[in-house]
Design a protein around this ligand. Sequence first.
Ligand code: 6GU
Length: 250
Amino acid sequence: MRLDVVSIFPDYLAPLDLSLIGKARRDGLLDLTVHDLRDFAHDRHRTVDDTPYGGGAGMVMKPQPWSEALDHVVAQGSSAFPGAAERVPTLIVPGPGGEPFTQQIAKDLAEEPWLAFACGRYEGIDERVYEWAGERMPVRILSLGDYVLNGGEVAVLAMVEAIARLLPGVIGNAESLIEESHEDGLLEYPVYTKPAEWDGRAVPEVLLGGNHRAIAEWRHEQRVQRTAARRPDLLPPVAAAAALADLEER
Ligand code: 6GU
């Protein structure tokens, strides 16, 4: 998979050299390039922002550096896909005003050969950039959740990690991808390791015996209760109410 990230803070993306993502890059599974938006601003101060028309707080990212940066990403990337000069990436613009980024979206994006991420800062990017980009490539505006970050960079770290770990070969143990929160709509069950007693706290008895059927049932029950307690929105209303009543009974 090819990934391009455009940001005014390329150093913010340095963690993409580390751990499993860094290894995937060195192994050739991920071809990731970070671009400095200021390289596409041509005045002496390499200006990328200006005051908003209509007034209001803060600054807005100018359209021209963005169009040049994205033209560069497309031109440079197209040559990496031999025989497909007309290829374009799917452009992802992280922002608190976007569609919620979910495991299903991560899976869909993991199927794509080429993604580009545009990291906004300040009060956002001039709206005409979205129109301009939308005439050239698919554009998705995605949010991590209902809170505000200073810019898209941290969101890109999260999204790239969520997407890249789904690519074949990035995670050694592919089974660990199956038993995971958000894979089947329930949160994960609690886990324990040795010692069997620590700080006066015992590991649940059922896990110490070899009754695999009983263990599976216990884990499922734990998942339902956890989901009801922490994320009732993930359960059908009747199931959530029943699991919570069950919890209160104990
Ligand atoms: Cl994707 N970007 C920014 N700037 N803030 C956010 C976000 C994204 N998701 C939640 N807050």
